[in-house]
Design a protein around this ligand. Structure first.
Ligand SMILES: Cc1ncc(COP(=O)(O)O)c(C=O)c1O
Length: 351
């Protein structure tokens, strides 16, 4: 059935007329044809000046679309209604995919922990991601991808989801090296147990609430402390500290996400030890008191790669200014992202 008035907005029009919530009869709920639905979805994107999502892959239709209105996931997908899916992100930096293989390895480890079988072997997943990045023409941004138990029914068991699904999207983002310091808070939102924190599954509600708590308190993000009183991580970032005696220390990865950026930092930072800038580099158990007493603190994560923390729970970290060693580590990672060895950067074969 064709609808009569496609520009009618059922909620605002009914409310505008009466000044209050419309009764059941006032609310028009059109039944649209497929082409009308597509038209509606495309209308939304027409008003957007620069479309942020240049390309998406979906195993549901087995290819790439450049039309953002079609970048959708089936509502009966087990990832949508039960959170049965995992994801990862790799950055696109000046036409290269940074650390794609490291992210892909973690992606498959997460999939195994979440009992999601991939519809394709690793090599096919990788080829799809590289071709998607090429088709997007994006030079700077991120590539996000998901493995899901797939569509089927709405039950708790995935037994009715015959084929798992793979989705990926490119997001344009003109990110740059973070040089300004931010505030952090200690999170009061309970952190995930190690079983769930060590896999990058789509259940990020604790992370969202923890980030919101920080923003409500005027901070950039939070820091979790685990049940044993040791520093864990931020809601979508790892954390690192520099002691007064210039030791770089990160929490161990046994109860938190093994951050690809944090791992790369640990691999690169010994260069600063050789140069006498740092005294040592390592991971360990870090108490809240020890962390707060650091000379410098920072968030570490893919899109940053380093973000200096200058205040924590309203108290300055060190002298309350962005630290020189934090900036040296930031330069080290940034240089690796834009001009590092091609074992860690994959040139995107744009078409
Ligand atoms: C909970 C959590 N911790 C840490 C990180 C940092 O990981 P990476 O450096 O791989 O982005 C992320 C982001 O992926 C995350 O979601």
């Amino acid at each position: 059935m064709e609808s009569q008035n496609p520009s009618f907005d059922p909620i605002t029009d009914a409310t505008a007329k009466t000044g209050e919530e419309g009764s059941e009869n006032d609310v028009c709920v059109p039944i649209y044809s497929s082409s009308e639905v597509l038209g509606k979805l495309q209308e939304k994107w027409k008003s957007v000046k620069k479309i942020p999502y240049p390309a998406m892959y979906s195993s549901i239709f087995g290819g790439i679309t450049l039309d953002p209105s079609l970048m959708v996931i089936p509502i009966d997908d087990h990832m949508v209604h039960r959170g049965h899916g995992i994801f990862d992100t790799a950055m696109i930096v000046n036409g290269y995919l940074y650390e794609l293989d490291t992210h892909l390895d973690r992606f498959l480890r997460s999939a195994s922990k979440a009992k999601v079988a991939s519809p394709f072997p690793r090599s096919t997943l990788r080829t799809i991601l590289v071709k998607l990045a090429a088709a997007s023409h994006c030079k700077k941004g991120s590539l996000r991808y998901w493995l899901s138990a797939g569509p089927g029914d709405f039950l708790l068991s995935p037994a009715g989801c015959p084929t798992s699904a793979f989705y990926a999207v490119v997001i344009d983002d003109d990110f740059s090296q973070c040089k300004e310091g931010v505030k952090a808070i200690t999170s009061t939102v309970p952190m995930k147990t190690p079983q769930f924190a060590t896999m990058k599954n789509v259940n990020y509600l604790p992370n969202v609430l923890s980030k919101m708590e920080a923003e409500e308190k005027g901070a950039f993000a939070s820091i979790w402390v685990d049940d044993d009183g040791y520093i864990a991580e931020g809601p979508n970032v790892n954390v690192a500290f520099i002691s007064k005696s210039k030791e770089l220390l990160l929490p161990k990865f046994d109860k938190i996400l093994s951050g690809c950026t944090a791992r790369r930092l640990l691999a690169l930072a010994p260069k600063l030890v050789e140069q006498g800038i740092l005294s040592s580099v390592g991971t360990g158990d870090i108490t809240l008191e020890q962390a707060k007493g650091s000379a410098e603190a920072m968030y570490v994560g893919s899109g940053l790669p380093i973000l200096p923390i200058i205040a924590w729970d309203e108290q300055p970290v060190g002298d309350g200014k962005v630290g020189a060693l934090t900036l040296a580590l930031s330069d080290l990672l940034w240089e690796d992202m834009i001009a590092g060895p091609e074992t860690h950067r994959l040139r995107i074969p744009y078409m």
